[in-house]
Design a protein around this ligand. Structure first.
Ligand code: UDX
Ligand code: ADP
Length: 482
């Protein structure tokens, strides 16, 4: 086997592949990295000369791309060429939940992974290490290995493959730091020399004791389990937020108190509008599918409830907005602050904002949506409702279709005549809003609904508005009607 890795490629230039290869290129200047994708527009954005159109917003990414691009990092649509010359190939393509057929709604659709494996099998030369990087169901490595082996036997043993699992643990918004200082790097496989080779790449910047070598199934299952545990914490704290509201407790105080227990720890205890992102729901559903497949009904039910609570919680927030606004929001202007699934990303996949906004539109609301990084075209795709250009232009009649409308605003000059503000993403911009100015512009009684606990309640109360803060039961009776 060639122990001198010169070329690495990554198939899939998305939220995982792009930042991961950029970090590797910056830490391994002696290796050439190619990130390839079938989506030409995406590759053109990565190659944008002035780095203004990178397809992903991620703090610190632009600077790192500027340092490495066209030196030892290249973005291209030439998948075949990249595969041919590479010693190691990362697979980092999309693996959404299946919509139809066996396992629909639960297991991941491996269509894109399979297509990649076939291409690698066809175009690779000599000995190649194939690394699964996307989040995948347990035993996918076996599927990849089988496809590759069938290609290798057709090629009369002129090529050989080793498949490794090397799951990604980066979180969006903090991806660069997570990649640079990972808690651990997990490498699962059977072939010790292939595992050592991949480990040596990471050792260029990751301390060796943080690199864990496991068998391939443990590595795949550890990734699903990590995400399931993290998501479970959020569903747990969100379920307690509802109890806080009912009893007069305050979820922030409860979180702080339990987080001081070193066995529990303080991270991932912020109650919010429900977890989003491309991984949590998909990974839990994969776990549920796996458990069902092996006849472990109780295990499946346990994990499915984490997703059920998340759905219920998002519905609950939309319901509270309607109830507080006298049971109807038809034609009422509601400001939505934040559409991304968390701050510091332009990603909206599975964002709580999608479900909550859909429910509010269903009730006939007129939404004005602000987000510093999300593209309004993406919101249109997510809501499946076209943007309406003239919301609250008092001179026009609204279409009476019992469905509300929405429009996007790039700035925060949007509060005129609004009945309510709903904070859904914890962007820094929203922490410094001058609420006393806002209060003067809004219709009375004005409401601020804070699903992220970032708004200063005292300022809202001082400015004469009503406030609902998620999980804060202490102010439940303190409602001003003017
Ligand atoms: C997650 C995992 O953290 C990461 O290790 C894995 O590789 C991919 O999935 P990501 O989805 O990018 O990362 O973001 P994360 O920070 O985990 O947040 C997920 C969701 O949980 C967001 O909607 C976030 O707002 C929410 N969240 C997180 C809370 O509601 N409360 C918290 O305390 C933490
Ligand atoms: P992730 O969050 O896992 O990175 P993304 O959806 O952001 O997922 O990115 C996956 C990328 O993989 C997309 O840009 C898609 O075009 C690309 N892709 C899917 N299948 C293939 C393939 N067979 N060859 C090359 N690229 C692919």
């Amino acid at each position: 086997m060639n122990h001198n890795v010169k070329n690495i490629c990554c198939i899939g230039a998305g939220y995982v592949g792009g930042p991961t290869m950029t970090m590797m290129a910056s830490k391994c200047p002696h290796i050439s990295f190619k990130v390839v994708d079938i989506n030409q527009e995406r590759i053109e954005s990565w190659n944008d000369e002035n780095l203004l159109k990178l397809p992903i917003f991620e703090p610190g990414l632009k600077e790192l791309v500027a340092k490495t691009r066209n030196k030892n990092l290249f973005f291209s649509t030439n998948v075949k060429e990249a595969i041919e010359i590479s010693d190691i190939i990362f697979i980092s393509v999309n693996t959404p939940t299946k919509k139809r057929g066996l396992g629909a709604g639960k297991s991941s659709d491996l269509k894109w992974v399979e297509a990649c494996a076939r291409e690698v099998g066809k175009f690779s030369k000599g000995h190649t290490i194939v690394v699964e990087k996307s989040t995948l169901p347990v035993r996918t490595a076996e599927v990849i290995q089988k496809i590759l082996n069938s290609e290798a036997s057709d090629a009369k043993n002129e090529k050989s493959f080793r498949v490794l699992s090397n799951p990604e643990f980066l979180a969006e918004g903090t991806a660069i730091n997570d990649l640079e200082n990972p808690d651990r790097v997990l490498i699962g496989g059977e072939d010790k020399s292939a595992m050592r080779l991949l480990s040596q790449i990471y050792e260029n910047w990751v301390p060796k004791e943080k690199i864990l070598l496991t068998n391939i199934w443990s590595s795949e299952l550890a990734k699903l389990t990590s995400n399931a545990f993290l998501a479970q914490r959020i569903s747990s704290i969100n379920s307690i937020s509802a109890i806080c509201e009912a009893t007069g407790a305050d979820i922030r105080e409860v979180s702080r108190a339990i987080g001081k227990d070193s066995r529990i720890g303080s991270k991932f205890l912020d109650s919010g509008p429900g977890f989003g992102g491309s991984c949590f729901k998909k990974d839990i559903l994969n776990l549920v599918y796996l458990a069902e497949y092996f006849g472990l009904k109780e295990v499946a039910k346990f994990w499915e409830e984490v997703v059920n609570i998340n759905n219920w919680h998002q519905k609950r927030i939309a319901k509270i907005v309607v109830q507080k606004l006298f049971g109807t929001i038809s034609e009422k202007k509601i400001i939505i602050l934040g559409f991304a699934f968390k701050a510091n990303t332009n990603d909206t996949r599975e964002s709580a904002a999608i479900k909550i906004c859909k429910d509010l539109l269903e009730e006939g609301a007129e939404l004005v949506i602000h987000d510093p990084k999300v593209n309004p075209l993406q919101i249109e795709i997510d809501l499946k409702v076209k943007q309406f250009s003239d919301i609250k232009n008092e001179s026009i009649d609204y279409p009476k279709n019992n469905l509300g409308n929405w429009k996007f605003s790039k700035n925060l000059n949007i509060f005129d005549n609004a009945h309510a503000v709903l904070v859904l993403t914890e962007w820094e911009d929203y922490k410094n809003i001058k609420w006393d100015h806002v209060a003067k512009k809004m219709k009375k009684p004005a409401w601020v609904f804070d699903a992220r606990s970032i708004v200063n309640e005292d300022l809202i109360k001082k400015s004469g508005m009503n406030m609902w803060s998620l999980g804060d039961g202490s102010s439940k009776n303190d409602i001003r009607d003017f």
